[in-house]
Design a protein. Structure first.
Length: 122
């Protein structure tokens, strides 16, 4: 997924120094995420999404590890209100019957060309 990131490199660097290369995301229980991010393995995220007027400033930036970024993104979308409800249809594929076809190869009976049904030999 390629998300827009308007932060300048200097802003990202300042933010990384500020947070000590530690993810600024919050865990579901409210604690700060303990993940230490490394080069190329983090996201500089908007605290207020840019589409909601968030500016690409140091104050509106937060360093997120990729896990936290993956958690936050759907929440952003819901906040923006553009997340379309996707109703997944419950397609259920009928399991194939294990019953042998009448007079098929797996049936003990065999239908002769003249229409008579006889026991399969063997
Ligand atoms: Zn994190």
């Amino acid at each position: 997924m390629d998300r827009r990131c308007n932060f300048s490199l200097s802003t990202i660097k300042r933010r990384l120094e500020y947070c000590g290369w530690r993810c600024e995301g919050k865990l579901p229980d409210g604690r700060r995420c303990p993940t230490i991010v490394t080069k190329g393995r983090f996201r500089c995220d908007h605290v207020i999404p840019d589409r909601l007027g968030g500016k690409p400033t140091f104050e509106n930036a937060q360093i997120l590890c990729l896990q936290c970024d993956g958690v936050k993104t759907p929440r952003d979308l819901a906040q923006i209100g553009k997340a379309r409800r996707q109703e997944v249809a419950d397609y259920r594929v009928k399991p194939r019957s294990s019953r042998p076809l009448p007079c098929g190869k797996r049936s003990p009976f065999k239908k002769k060309i003249d229409g008579r049904v006889v026991m399969r030999h063997g």
